[in-house]
Write a protein of this length. Structure first.
Length: 83
């Protein structure tokens, strides 16, 4: 069994209002030195069997077509085998 982790983040050039709100709140709470906060989302997918090149391509397609909006978001796909 494998675990696939897909981290989705807004592209750097896209304004992140939620990240800005968190950054502002950190300052109000007395946390100093925080220069930027970006929020994102994470998907964890459990997959049976071996992760072949074909299956990795399928997972990449799932991430790029379903889990993120490629116009405004980037994603990183990490495969953790033998979980």
């Amino acid at each position: 069994m494998a675990r696939v982790v897909v981290d989705v983040m807004l592209k750097p050039e896209i304004l992140d209002p939620q990240g800005r709100a968190v950054q502002g709140a950190l300052g109000r709470l007395g946390f100093t030195g925080v220069t930027d906060v970006r929020q994102g989302k994470q998907f964890v997918i459990e997959v049976e069997g071996e992760i072949t090149d074909e299956r990795r391509e399928q997972l990449h397609a799932i991430a790029g077509e379903l889990l993120c909006n490629p116009v405004i978001e980037d994603f990183i796909l990490i495969v953790e085998e033998d979980q």
